[in-house]
Write a protein of this length. Structure first.
Length: 540
């Protein structure tokens, strides 16, 4: 078998023929089958490898420290910045941006940056109506900026990409504080390098006080029952250095597996009063937190980004995206311990993006340790402040927006940030509807410089909880469309722009910003200064 049989034509008296043996054609077919199987295997190999890698990434992408953190370090309280009043009646602060090293207790010290310190900065405090002057000296060895996040002030004093402070130079912005009491903050805003500089530690709070808030029975002793809670997440090397290396599959930016509060790893707070006010700031570059207590007990939310809510909002969870703030009051009983924890929360519209953006993570943040006896605290007032009311007519869901901003990828309205381009011209004292569309299913948020806005609706529903107060930053989970009532008063400048941008800092650095100027009626935009254009712009 395996050969052809030749028959003698004499024996059969017929032409010679070749008769096929039946297994002859099977060999080529088997060979072709083996080749096809080999080719298919080679084609499938990358799919299998990538699938396995994706599965490994999927499993390893979740961080869960619930119940695992050893709260062994007393929470550091940022000092109040020293100030003086000059002959012109201005409250003057002197700040120095500097390099340093910090031991976080994780195997060694790390290079860090700080304001008047090795890491982080002091809390600035001023009253409504005061004129302030801040001398900011840059000693970090490279250009940076310092932005007053949430402050209503002239655009030239804003500290955005156009107000670059060269190495060794001092920038001295001055303005009159004219807004309700609120928890604001400051951080770098260098075009293309904001995430890097924030990650290194140039972050601090700026508290605004006013008479109305002082007269309310809210906890108000700084560092005792009125406590700053600046939350950041970091990743560290085995040697204790802050690790800023990029992570594949995480389009929102770097997510850390270690939470710090006021720069403290594993922090606990000794509570000595019946009620404690936590001024929570999400100072992380990318992570969204869903804050709640580990036992599900009540948080009384009393303030949002721009100041007091109309009334305390009682809930068990509050979600804050990068840049957002909230003030919450917790009622404790003698001797108890509770943990402020970040729970899983919806941040994206599909499971992969949800997990890669940290939406499935659980993170223990801060332990509250109540003393045996607690000093009594007055009950919370039923009413706190007037509700935002820029224009009642704007609450009509059929009202057309004056401006639409589509956030997708790393651009707004299909265009990356250009420091030399003015994207919008806004007339002072006119209330407008701005519609923000989250167009790609990925996590984004929106931050406006120079004002506080009123949330009209989120995907057609009315604002809830801290969304109902004055806001300057608002989270957009997958597919959200939000409508904002926006008005700028008092500060016009056709040359120096404000910004609207995503405050997930990697998105911001890669171009998800637009510029606008506020002008007098009939006035036109000028040409922005070149300050921002000289800053490095990475990500392209």
């Amino acid at each position: 078998m395996g050969e052809t049989a030749d028959l003698d034509r004499k024996d059969l008296d017929m032409p010679a023929v070749t008769l096929p043996i039946h297994d002859t054609p099977s060999r080529p077919r088997r060979r072709r089958g083996r080749y096809a199987l080999l080719a298919a295997s080679l084609l499938l190999l990358p799919v299998v490898v990538l699938g396995g890698a994706a599965a490994a990434v999927w499993v390893s992408a979740v961080t869960d420290t619930g119940g695992e953190v050893a709260f062994s370090n007393h929470l550091a309280i940022p000092p109040l910045a020293e100030s003086r009043v000059d002959p012109d009646g201005r409250r003057v602060f002197d700040l120095t941006l500097q390099r340093g090293r910090t031991d976080f207790g994780l195997g060694g010290s790390s290079e860090t940056w700080g304001v008047d310190a090795d890491h982080l900065g002091p809390t600035l405090r001023a009253r409504r109506g005061e004129e302030v002057l801040v001398h900011v000296t840059n000693d970090v060895g490279e250009p940076t900026t310092l932005h007053w996040h949430g402050m209503e002030l002239p655009a030239a004093m804003d500290g955005g990409p156009h107000q670059v402070i060269a190495s060794g130079r001092t920038w001295s912005p001055t303005w009159t504080v004219d807004q309700p009491a609120a928890t604001l903050w400051y951080h770098p805003h260098l075009h293309g390098r904001t995430a890097e500089h924030v990650h290194r530690g140039l972050v601090g709070l700026f508290l605004v006080d006013d008479d109305q808030t002082r007269d309310l029975s809210l906890p108000s002793t700084y560092g005792v029952d009125d406590v700053p809670v600046m939350v950041t997440d970091r990743r560290f090397t085995a040697g204790g250095e802050i690790d800023q290396s990029g992570e594949p599959f995480r389009s929102t930016g770097l997510l850390g597996d270690t939470v710090l509060v006021n720069g403290t790893v594993g922090p606990y707070l000794d509570v000595t009063t019946e009620r404690i006010r936590l001024r929570i700031l999400n100072a992380s570059p990318a992570r969204v937190y869903e804050f709640g207590l580990d036992d599900g007990s009540e948080l009384a939310v009393v303030a949002s980004d721009g100041g007091l809510l109309p009334a305390p909002f009682r809930t068990d969870r509050i979600r804050l995206s990068p840049g957002e703030r909230a003030e919450v009051v917790v009622t404790m009983t003698p001797g108890e311990e509770r943990v402020l924890r970040s729970h899983p929360t919806r941040v994206a519209s599909d499971p992969w993006s949800q997990r890669m953006a940290g939406g499935d993570d659980t993170l223990d943040v801060l332990q509250l340790r109540a003393a045996g006896p607690l000093d009594p605290s007055p009950p919370l007032p039923d009413r706190l402040a007037a509700a935002p009311d820029l224009d009642r007519d704007l609450t009509n869901p059929d009202a057309a927006p004056a401006r639409i901003f589509r956030m997708s990828g790393t651009n707004i309205n299909g265009r990356d940030m250009d420091p030399s381009r003015i994207d919008e011209v806004v007339t002072v004292d006119e209330t407008e509807i701005w519609e923000i569309r989250q167009a790609d299913g990925q996590p984004h948020n929106v931050h406006l410089h120079g004002t506080q806005f009123q949330v009209l609706d989120v995907d057609g529903r009315p604002p809830v909880g801290h969304e109902a107060g004055w806001k300057d930053t608002l989270f957009l989970s997958g597919g959200d469309t939000v409508r904002l009532a926006v008005r700028f008063t008092g500060h016009t400048d056709p040359v120096h722009p404000y910004l609207i941008h995503c405050h997930l800092l990697q998105h911001e650095d890669r171009g998800m910003m637009a510029q606008f100027v506020v002008v007098e009626p009939g006035q036109h935009a000028g040409t922005p200064s070149a300050g921002g254009a000289t800053s490095p712009h990475r990500g392209h």
